[in-house]
Design a protein around this ligand. Structure first.
Ligand SMILES: *[C@@H]1O[C@H](CO)[C@@H](O)[C@H](O)[C@H]1NC(C)=O
Ligand SMILES: *[C@@H]1O[C@H](CO)[C@@H](O)[C@H](O)[C@H]1NC(C)=O
Ligand SMILES: *[C@@H]1O[C@H](CO)[C@@H](O)[C@H](O)[C@H]1NC(C)=O
Ligand SMILES: *[C@@H]1O[C@H](CO)[C@@H](O)[C@H](O)[C@H]1NC(C)=O
Length: 293
């Protein structure tokens, strides 16, 4: 992924590796993980241990916790919805005290949707998989986007996105190419069979948020769109591999929507393929295959 050329924008319908830069972007910092303050300073002695590592991100965090500290079980079968929620709630107290990072260790971490917080990093180990639950009753129904007035698949509300957040500042989702698996086949077959009462969720949706950095991840089989920043500003998406079958419905890669790099995020009417954006640049994109519709 060391392409040098800049390309001008084409709205993403892409199975690919991306780099999307907003003009105000100043470049990542080199971070070293800090020891967990939640379960002490020790490492390597049990479930709460966080491996030492370096990573690049727009901001480094003072406080680190592991999902395992919150009762998470990475066996692919146990629900970790409560563990993610508790971990984020715990780390949210550090928003104005150096920020918090939640480390997701190697394992398959089944979960329903959860929200992030400000001054926060979600970091996935290279062998970590965040696995979206197929229990539909774990997916809250949320309001349609104000500027859409309805869901895309159906009138009315929509299923929450797997990883969400509203009104946040400084959110990083990164890792050592760990995976977020939406288990989309479950949703695609319901969609094709006209069996969904509400619009499918996305893998990642951040609303009304500023300073978002998403990098070094593999996004697999989203129910619908993969990354949806909306009414947001200063968004960088870099080094992401997005995988889904060519004929999967609406599994767009990155759909920045009503976003800008400044203070200009404006509501927009029910979107066409061209959602309003100011000053968005896509850089260093490797287009593997255009997908979906
Ligand atoms: C996430 O936050 C939104 C509002 O910002 C809320 O509607 C939704 O229910 C929350 N999701 C979860 C899983 O708490
Ligand atoms: C989030 O920000 C939007 C836009 O500024 C505002 O309308 C909304 O009330 C805010 N929501 C919360 C929960 O603060
Ligand atoms: C993230 O990806 C970049 C570019 O491929 C790489 O230089 C960096 O080491 C990666 N970070 C981690 C933590 O793997
Ligand atoms: C990340 O993993 C995906 C899926 O295995 C792979 O296609 C991609 O090349 C990997 N990216 C990097 C930078 O290693």
């Amino acid at each position: 992924m060391e392409l040098q050329r800049r390309r001008s924008i084409a709205l993403p319908q892409i199975l690919a590796t991306w780099l999307l830069l907003m003009a105000a972007y100043t470049g990542p910092a080199e971070c070293i993980r800090r020891t967990s303050r939640f379960h002490g300073e020790d490492e390597g002695d049990g479930s709460g241990a966080v491996e030492a590592f370096k990573y690049s991100a727009t901001a480094c965090r003072v406080h680190t916790a592991s999902l395992a500290d919150f009762g998470g079980v990475g066996d692919g079968a146990t629900s970790n919805t409560a563990a993610f929620s508790a971990a984020v709630t715990h780390l949210s107290q550090f928003a104005s005290d150096g920020g918090g990072m939640l480390f997701v260790p190697a394992g398959r971490w089944l979960t329903g949707p959860f929200n992030l917080t400000s001054s926060f990093t979600l970091f996935l180990h290279r062998d970590a998989v965040i696995l979206a639950t197929r229990e539909m009753n774990e997916w809250p129904i949320i309001d349609p986007l104000p500027s859409y007035g309805r869901g895309r698949d159906a009138a009315g509300g929509r299923y929450s996105s797997l990883i969400g957040g509203s009104n946040l500042t400084d959110v990083i989702i990164t890792g050592d190419n760990g995976t977020i698996d939406g288990q989309g086949a479950f949703w695609w077959s319901k969609f094709h069979g006209h069996k969904l009462k509400y619009t499918r969720g996305y893998l990642i949706e951040l609303m009304h948020s500023d300073q978002i950095f998403i990098s070094n991840l593999t996004l697999l089989n989203s129910p619908s769109w993969n990354i949806h920043p909306v009414y947001s500003s200063n968004i960088v998406v870099s080094g992401i591999t997005i995988l889904a079958p060519v004929h999967s419905p609406n599994t767009d890669g990155i759909n920045p929507d009503s976003c800008s790099n400044g203070d200009g995020a404006q509501p927009c009417p029910f979107p066409t393929d061209a959602s309003p954006m100011d000053d968005v640049q896509l850089q260093e994109c490797t287009y593997v295959k255009a997908i979906s519709a």
